[in-house]
Structures are given as structure tokens and as C-alpha cells.
Design a protein around this ligand. Sequence first.
Ligand SMILES: C[S@@+](CC[C@H](N)C(=O)[O-])C[C@H]1O[C@@H](n2cnc3c(N)ncnc32)[C@H](O)[C@@H]1O
Length: 288
Amino acid sequence: MTSTEQSKIARPGTGTSTDNPAAAESVFLDSTLQLLSPLEVMEGDVVVDLGPGAGSATVALAQAVGERGRVYAVDLDSTMLEATMTAARAAGVDGRIRPILHDLERGAPPVREPVDALWSSACVHHTLDWEASVRALARLLRPGGVLCLAEGGLPARCLPWDVGVGLPGLEIRLDEAHNRWSTQWFSGRAGARRPRRGWAEIMTAAGLTAVTSRTALVDYPAPLSDDVRTVVLDELAARVNRAKPYLHENDAAAWELLLDPTGAHWLGRRTDLALLTARTAFWGRAPR
Ligand SMILES: C[S@@+](CC[C@H](N)C(=O)[O-])C[C@H]1O[C@@H](n2cnc3c(N)ncnc32)[C@H](O)[C@@H]1O
């Protein structure tokens, strides 16, 4: 299969929010490393990164497993696997990574050996049936192996309450509109099954034990560096774009002014932009 044919496997709505996932992942790297720590990955381990995006976690996992270990990077989008392998080559760990083009909707990825640790960040919530997906992933683990899902947390706060354009509280109303968009996106797909419970319960129902969670704070105070500001603006633009049909017209107009780099109100010129958010990871063990 050519790379163009392979990339057609990716479905809309399953990928990263912005065109530069590597930049976003580097802003969130500290929190990723904190959330990876419960996996307790050791030299020689067999690890899976499901939905690696640009591969920042895959590289950290490959460094942890050492020369004798392996990391299976599994994604339905060949461009993500290519980005992951590019990051791995730059870090000199590509020889420890096995890319697998696979859609989790088709069941567990074809990893033919027991898995010590499986990490997946912001991927499983894209699937139609979270319970079925988690059950499939849990079956890959060796007895005592760990599954860690980074899902949820808190919405980001980047703007002051009153930016002087539109009504105060723009970001709070954006969250609400975005939630309406994601609910519609999720349930508008044929075969989507409402989860009706949280990740910890879903993982426990899949047979994992001692399921718990950890949350990492992401705190970049104002004024932001150019790199972080670019990621914040890209993510806000992507969020506004998705939520637009559900925004009040006054809020939509305010966001247009704030996100227009040629206009007087562009957020990119402000020194009071920050990035405060929290990411949660749930993890549990296969019974021994
Ligand atoms: C939002 S990105 C998250 C990337 C990275 N893990 C992170 O936390 O920044 C979601 C990733 O999961 C992949 N993905 C989404 N749905 C998938 C599915 N059904 N099967 C396999 N991979 C999937 C996407 O292609 C993408 O790489």
C-alpha cells in the first residue's frame, strides 16, 4: 500500500486539532512525562502507544525500554506514524519502534506478544464504543501489565475574564458551545454508543484492577513565549472553528476579531495570554 493510500484510512475527527501536532506536544511534554510515570516502564519492556500523534510519548517510552525493549506505535493515520518515526529518528530510538497502521474500531491492534504497558492519550474517546475499545486493549496486557489512558482533565484557560472585546466570559461560553459540538459529533455517528460512565468504571468493567487516576497541571503564566503563544492561538482557533455553529453571534464576532492577525484586537499581541489546564490519566492493572 502506498503512503497516500494508507493515509486515506484516517477518518475526519480522529486526529489532532492543529496542523502542527509536534509543536503542541512539546508544550505538553512535561505533563505527558508526569502522566507516563505510573506505567513504570523498564528496560526490555514491550509497550504500546495507541494514537501517538507526533510521537513525543512514543520517544519517551522508547528511551525507557532501552535497546532490548520495543514500542508498538499504533495509529489509523499513516501521517501520524510517519511523524512518530521522524521524531524517533531525531532522538536515535527508531530501531526500538514498530509502527502499525490499524484502526481501533476493528478491535485490538495486532501485537503478537504480551504487553507490559499500554499508553494512549486523547485517542480512545474518538471511538464509537469506549467500553469495547478498552476491553480490546485490556486483553493485550500480560498478567500485571498496566493500561494508562490520558483522557479528560480540565478545559484550558488562556484569556483574562474580560478581554475588552465582546462580553466578559468568552472562554467559558466557548467551552459550553464546544461541548455541544462534541456531543453532536460523537452521537451523530452511526453506531456511537453513549458511555454513561467515567473512564475508571469503564476500565474496571474491562477487568482491570486498582484503577485510579492522576492529574498533571499545565501552567504557563503570562507573558507566554512565542512557541507557547503560537500553540495557544492555534488551539483556540481550532476550538472556535468547531464550536462556531453553537456560539452566540456576538461571541462568534468577538472571536473573529481576537483571532485575526491583521486586526487591532489580535490575541497574539497581548501580554496577558496564559495557558492553564490539567490533564488526567486513568490507569489500572491486568489481574496477576
Ligand atoms: C488527538 S490525537 C492525540 C495525539 C497524542 N497521543 C497526544 O496526546 O497529543 C489522536 C491520535 O489518535 C489517532 N486515532 C484516532 N482514532 C483512532 C483509531 N480509531 N484507531 C487508531 N488511532 C486513532 C489519531 O490519528 C491521532 O494520532
